[in-house]
Design a protein around this ligand. Sequence first.
Ligand code: SF4
Length: 342
Amino acid sequence: MGNPRGFLDFERVEGSALEPEQRLKNYKEFYSLPSKEEQERQGGRCMNCGVAFCHTGIIARKSTPVSLKSALGVISCAEEKPSPISGGDVGCPLHNLIPEWNDLIYRGLWSEAYDRLSLTNPFPDFTGKVCPAPCEDSCVCAINGESVTIKNNELAIVENAFKSGLVKPFIPKKRSGKKIAIIGSGPAGLACAWELNARGHKVVVYERSDRAGGLLMYGIPDMKLDKSLVQRRLDILARSEIEFKTGYAVDSKKKAEEILKSYDVLVLATGASKPIDLQIEGRQSEDVMFALDFLTASTKSLLDSGKGAQIAKGKDVLIIGSGDTSVDCVAVALRQGAKSIT
Ligand code: SF4
């Protein structure tokens, strides 16, 4: 534990964000991390509580164990009622060693912090930007105050590692002689590729789009995850001797059989872009789009021509659903110049 009084003496500091009117002028990211010194102070706010929950990565049960209840601030009841957090996720699903790297950055040991972070997370550069951070909801500091800036600390560690040249390709010394095909190059496919390649297998990733990255490339808009950062990671994977076959849809029996014949193991990492359709009147209108088609068209246009698509320009836009993806659609439609958004 770095600073025993850190959570008492220092406020949570999140960094800065551009004003909304400024953000709408382009598709660039608008959050910046605080200085390195501030981030070290923020690491010191972690009190390394004896029963840390930030890294547990569990789904809360209907009746929560007493120890978890008290730590999460759940009021205990005489008769067992479903907990308000039942079914919710508690802590980091990657089991990131959060108190350890909080302490390391507090002590200025950034390279060591990156080593500990890499042990559990192959792509902190993505999670540090777009993870919903259940770790922070589970932080004991959040019971009666503000949680440690875990997500920002994670991002600061990996960005510092990139700046210091610590993030490198990994080519295993010995190859196993086994060949593995991975279908789908989203976060799951890429994480599998990284782990299996590190174990010495020859890995080939198939992607139906023209660019690898799946949702990271085309599903999440630029202002949340700049595509140059996705490409930066893809380059490291390619330099680690992972092969990418883009523009290749495995969409026929013949292609599937060919892959099954040519590889020892096949990993299916597809499906995140499969939408839920609504069979209602007017559904077939050409102005009705699935969210991911809308977001993909916007990012593709930005990447291909430097200009955002104009699908929503001057239109009254109706978005059905209010989750993360819908919020992304709002943000993109605003930038495209929608007349109104409901
Ligand atoms: S923000 Fe990072 S540490 Fe927190 S839950 Fe997500 S991956 Fe885990």
